[in-house]
Write a new protein. Sequence first.
Length: 203
Amino acid sequence: MAGMRVAVFASGFGSNFGALVDAAKNQRLDGASLELLVCDKPEAPVVARAREAGVDVFAFRPKEYASREAYETEILAELKRRGIELIVLAGYMRILTPVLVEPFFGRMINVHPSLLPAFPGVNGIGQALAYGVKVTGVTVHYVDGGLDSGPIIAQRTVEVADGDTLETLAPRIHAAEQALLPWVVSRIAAGAVAIDGRHVSVK
């Protein structure tokens, strides 16, 4: 049986994308296959990473479209053409509209650098530091159209040390993301994740 067909959305360097590529190569995604990278910045390093890994790329410039809905309609057609079954948002820095969220509800996940519901939105690591928490971490959750508000699938904690700065804490957060995200994708691909309202169980 063919594995789950996955599209990854990313905007920047692509460290989480790279973690998924490595997991796929090492057969740690339970058969899931990375079929497409969607990127809103054609010059972003993640695009080169994808091409080096042999993953097809759909890169676009949002300013060339009349609206978010316009480019998302084009993306949706591409996803359907390729039979994509799961979308993974891995550092994709654009707000999604119902054009994509509704047809992929329950089949779209995001990784966020905090223990949600604390510190949603941009700069989750900086928000945690500014608040003075002693423990932060990462969250993988379903996307529901709100701001990092979808049902939580899995979380991993990261302790905040005295004197931590963005420069010292961020690498530990990113390492946790790169470990947790491939594991969640593998569980989804294995059919081991069930959602019931806000409650998600993982076998």
